[in-house]
Each structure stands twice: as structure tokens, then as C-alpha cells.
Design a binder for this molecule. Sequence first.
Ligand code: NDP
Ligand code: MG
Length: 385
Amino acid sequence: MKKISILGATGSIGTQTLDVIRKSDDIELVGITANTSVIKVIEIIEEFNPKFVGMMEKEAYYKILEYVNTNKKNIVVLEGIDGLNKIASLDEIDIVVTSVVGMIGLEPTLKAIRAKKDIALANKETLVVAGELVMKEAKENNVKILPVDSEHSAIFQSLRGNTLSELKKVILTASGGPFRGKKINDLKDIKVKDALNHPNWSMGQKITIDSSTLMNKGLEVIEAHFLFDCPYDNIQVVVHPQSIIHSMVEYKDNSIIAQLGSPDMRLPIQYALNYPKRKNEIANKIDFWEISKLTFEKPDLDTFKCLKLAYKVGKEGKLMPTILNGANEALVDIFLQEKINYLQIGDIIEECLEIFKKEGNEEVTLENVIELDKKVKEYVYNKYN
Ligand code: NDP
Ligand code: MG
């Protein structure tokens, strides 16, 4: 029996992970965490009976504690980041699914690695802000980082049986999001509901906005750089609107190996949780007659500047990606509250990269990342919220 914790069990990836567990007979859910979603957590307790529950927010923590006491459940309830850290590193677990949103996932991920737990990594912001540190500690502790992000899972699967030294480049596919083909002028009046309307995937709000600006692909370029130790010039983004090819790798003999599947996150989640085994079908089959054609386009880096900025900070290294990520997390939140317009997301990120460039040159340590992330977010919230 494989024993797991899910950080962010109430979100889009968390909920789909629960479905994978529901359909498996050899995975036991030991710990879960959430931020404020009390009702969803109670539903998970009723169905899965985990031994540990962590709530980030105080009020939600007290509500779950009261529920557990009233119903005489034998569950340990924990609060705040210490709770997340503890649930990520429990003695009894083998693997942690990191599906919280944002760089808040960094500290618990490091705690899990130091406790020698394998990581099923959905929380890409963690690798963006501290990829160097996370990969180094994973290697030192002999821990596997198993990608859940569909593109990285596709690359991981396409690499099996080959070695990284035979790799020429990785090709990340992108759906192009809801505004594919649009120009700056068309994007001036974009409303929140338009940006939340993704053509192929149903996901949490933050990643849905990131997909529309192509920041999601930018974060994934940095994620791929660290996961596969691949130079930025060897990471190519190809727009592929059908989202059937989840990504590809090109080898030194120009052979390309790809992974295809229907757009369903349960597939990469199941693969990560059972690696190196493959389990029975969980997503719909691909019907080639129905799809009939797969198409490819170049990304428009002038209109979607977030992708261009991500390549730039990735190449600059150090804490530059922390500035990009921190500004983006704050700006997506402010955009969702309709306090800035859509195009300001990219513009203000650029402003932050200029303002904090001195701090961006510091070493990547947990303390430096947390401090700079806080500084950047304070700047953005004070000026634009
Ligand atoms: P959601 O917004 O749907 O879920 C986020 C989860 O994290 C919820 O359980 C939420 O709890 C919890 N959470 C939110 N804020 C905090 C906080 N400050 N402290 C602790 N916990 C918090 O996000 P997604 O599931 O869409 O995405 C999760 C991660 O996976 C992201 O990094 C995303 O980029 C990545 N990812 C997602 C994909 C998808 O298809 N959704 C695909 C590939 C990657 P609560 O419910 O209480 O708010
Ligand atoms: Mg992805």
C-alpha cells in the first residue's frame, strides 16, 4: 500500500488526485491540507478518513477542529504553514502530491524532500522560484521529483529508456489559451470572465489566467529547465491548439518522441503516483478519426510578453524568476478583483523586474526567496490594489 499526503486537496489537481485514489486499490490517503475550504475538507474526511488534516487559515482550522471533536474522529488537525510542513513530512507517508497554488508550496516541498518523501509535483511555482535548491536537495536525499504538470509528465514519459545526454531539445506544447491569434489591441478590454474561459482544460483560477497570458507556459519553461537540466535555448514552445500532444523530446539523431492523450489531468497524476508502473485506463481514449488533424503554430511573443519575460528571467537565473513569479501571483489576484486591466499584468511584471533587479542577483536560498517574494508582493499590492 502506497501512503500519501495531498497538499491542496480541495483544488482542481487535489480533487482529481482524490479521484485517482478512489479508482486505485493500493493507495491510502494519510494527510490532506487546504486553505479555507471547510465544507470540501469535511467531505474528504467523510469519504477517505485521513489521519492528518492541515488548514492554512486560522478560522478554517478552528471549524475543522470543532467538527473533528464533535464527531469524535481520530484525526490530528494542524494549522498554518507548520501544519503543511508537518503533513508533507509525516513518518508514515511515501509520497506527497504538491498541489497548492503559488510559491507557498516551497517550504513544505523542501521539508518533504528532507524527510525523504518522493514528490508528485504539480506546484510549478516552487520550481520557478527555487528550482536550483529543490533539485539539489532532491538529489542529495535520493528523492524522486515526479512531474504532474501534463507537459512535463509527457517529457518524463518520452525520456524513458533514453538518457539526458542523448537529448537535443524539449518541445513544450501550448494550447495558446482563449486569446490565441489576438493582438495587443484586441486584448485591451479583456474581462475576467473571458480570461477564465479556457478552451481545453478546467483548472484553478490562477493557472487559468496564467494560461491566457502564456505566463503558464513561461513558468513551465523554467520548470522544464530544472526538471530536465535543459538549457533555455533547447526548450522550444510550440502552440498546438488541440492539446492532444502533451509535449515531446527531440534526440540527437532528430528523432522525436511524444506523449499523446486526451486532456485529462488524472492521467499524469496517476502516472506520477504509480511510477514506474502504468495502471489501467483513467482518461478517455484518443479517437484519431474524430480528431482528424493536429496543428502547430509559433507563439506570438510580442503580444504575449509574459512568455518572453519568463525566458529572460530564466536565463538571468538567481532570484530573477522569484520577482517574476511574485509579481505575477499578486497581479493575477488583483486582476481577478478587477482592479487592474488585463494588459497591465505583463507591464507591471516588467516594472518589478527593473525595480528589484539588484535583489534579483542574490543567491537562491529559502530565506532569500521568501523575503524577496514578500517585498515584491508588498510593492505590487501597495501600488495597484
Ligand atoms: P486550485 O486553486 O484549484 O487549488 C489550490 C489548492 O491550494 C486548494 O486546495 C487551496 O485550498 C490550496 N491553497 C490555496 N492557497 C493556499 C495557501 N495560501 N496556503 C495553503 N493552501 C492554499 O489550484 P490548481 O489545483 O488549479 O493548481 C494547483 C497547482 O497545480 C498550481 O501550482 C498549478 O500551477 C498546478 N497545475 C494545475 C493544473 C490544473 O489542471 N489545475 C495543471 C498543471 C499544474 P482552498 O480550497 O481551501 O482554497
Ligand atoms: Mg501544464
